[in-house]
Design a protein. Structure first.
Length: 191
């Protein structure tokens, strides 16, 4: 009888662990998308001239990845060019945590172009957590401000897609604890 109870408990725990793993895998795949069409690239990071957007996610969410499919234009004024590589967006939690993306990196020319790609922020060591308000900020800026008081560039159209894991990721642990409590109550009842 004891061996049968042990086997059942072991199987239940294995199923709970598998469910916990599946729950984490599902959470790791959450994404949200921001449409960036028509946003100007005005001044250096932190300037009041810059356009800021935000998304409301869950408090404490772990930002783990980004992908982009964007069309950018870098202006040229009086034969003075701004470069596609200067157009950036800073993603942050409202504090010091975050990172900057330059979709046109390496394109040191004016003009227009489409840029696509993705990055695993964990692999790059720039993943971060949102505050309890769950707000993810996007500040669109220019690495070097070529034209004071004017837009150096523009995010013509496209999207930025952010991958994140909601917090607390411990919901699976709560479920496991409840399962354990249920098994314990069942054992006491059958005794």
């Amino acid at each position: 009888m004891q061996m049968s109870l042990f086997k059942r408990s072991a199987i239940s725990m294995a199923l709970a662990a598998a469910a916990l793993g599946a729950s984490g895998a599902a959470q790791a795949g959450l994404t949200t998308t921001l449409d960036i069409g028509g946003i100007f690239s005005n001044a250096e990071l932190g300037s009041a001239e810059n356009e800021v957007r935000f998304l409301n996610l869950t408090g404490g969410a772990h930002i783990t990845g980004i992908s982009w499919d964007v069309h950018l234009t870098a202006n040229e004024v009086n034969d003075l060019p701004s470069w596609l590589s200067d157009i950036g967006v800073d993603l942050n939690n409202g504090g010091l945590d975050g990172f900057s993306l330059f979709a046109g990196l390496g394109n040191n020319v004016p003009g227009s172009g489409r840029f696509t790609g993705s990055a695993n922020l964990i692999d790059l060591g720039v993943d971060f957590f949102l505050g309890q308000d769950g707000r993810l900020n996007f500040e669109f800026f220019e690495y070097f401000d070529d034209f004071a008081g004017q837009a150096d560039g523009r995010w013509d159209r496209g999207t930025l897609t952010v991958s994140y894991v909601p917090e607390p990721a411990s919901y699976g642990l709560v479920a496991l604890a409840l399962l354990g409590a249920g098994l314990g109550a069942r054992r006491r009842k059958s005794s």
